[in-house]
Design a protein around this ligand. Sequence first.
Ligand SMILES: Nc1ncnc2c1ncn2[C@@H]1O[C@H](COP(=O)(O)OP(=O)(O)OP(=O)(O)O)[C@@H](O)[C@H]1O
Ligand SMILES: [Mg+2]
Length: 329
Amino acid sequence: MNTTQPRAILCRGLTKTYPGKPPVEAVRGVDLEILAGECFGVLGPNGAGKTTTIEILEGLLEATTGEVEILGMNWRQDADRIRQRIGVSLQETELSERLTVLETLTLFRSFYPKGITPQEAMGRVSLEEKANSWVKKLSGGQKQRLAVATALVGEPDLIFLDEPTTGLDPSSRRQLWEIIQGFTGQGRTVLLTTHYMDEAERLCDRVAIFDQGKIIALGTPRELIRTLGAEHVVEFSVDDAQVPQLEKVLEQLNPAGGVERTEGIFRLRVDQLHIVLPELLKRVAAAGLNLTSLTTRAASLEDVFVKITGRKFDSSDAPPAPSRSRRRR
Ligand SMILES: Nc1ncnc2c1ncn2[C@@H]1O[C@H](COP(=O)(O)OP(=O)(O)OP(=O)(O)O)[C@@H](O)[C@H]1O
Ligand SMILES: [Mg+2]
């Protein structure tokens, strides 16, 4: 992080409790500092508080406590000036279904004093062919791309993208990555949330991993993965009946990175795969055990989450996010 760069986002001691019985403490003390030109990723399982945090930063939700500064301004005094300089794509965008793509972008362009043309915005997300289609008639991925285009049309200095690539096909996803890289390449700032660890690793300069309303890890993807102390992950399993014997084998093997077990899968983190893997297989065979699965892969941000929380990061296991409709601006 180059601290001579101007700051795009600052928040300190942010909390948000949704009233109710019982109240939900969605955000429980978040501090963030994001510099101009950064692509910053917010990661974490369903319900971790990502959308709540981002919507507070966007000025759509009020924090329960804490300070927020956006492009050196605050929402209480400078709301209009902030709005002119940010672009927002919500997790669930409710765009008017009775407008065409072109009309939607023309409308959003009218909110900003400067910007690109609606045609150019359509071009950036490859929706030119749909210019005159009603929003209602767009596919899920096309709607998503239109939502991103509405965030780009005012040529903002800072964009917030809440799960911008969820549901996109691989080529649309790559296209959006390029848009984001082009955007930060001009010294502009992106704050995005994603459930895709590979996406965060490739795209984000820094990431914050959220869990239960708090940041549990913060840094560049490389730094975070390096905290695991090992480059490779070996995962394997045996039939339930053989688990006690396998545990004994692993105890004797005593790998440097330790052994973890989540949901029947044993996991070793190792640096020297070429030494540890043959040794593991030799000892498993000598004990008369049969592996029912064995995979190896490069360590990822997902492993960082598992290491810190002891839980598996698999958003598909969790229930879908609560559906909320909110009108934009
Ligand atoms: N309007 C609301 N009223 C009450 N509780 C809410 C509201 N919005 C969110 N929550 C709760 O706050 C917590 C955080 O939700 P949030 O939407 O911020 O999570 P998230 O990290 O964005 O999750 P996802 O990955 O599913 O999008 C959850 O427990 C959720 O149920
Ligand atoms: Mg969310």
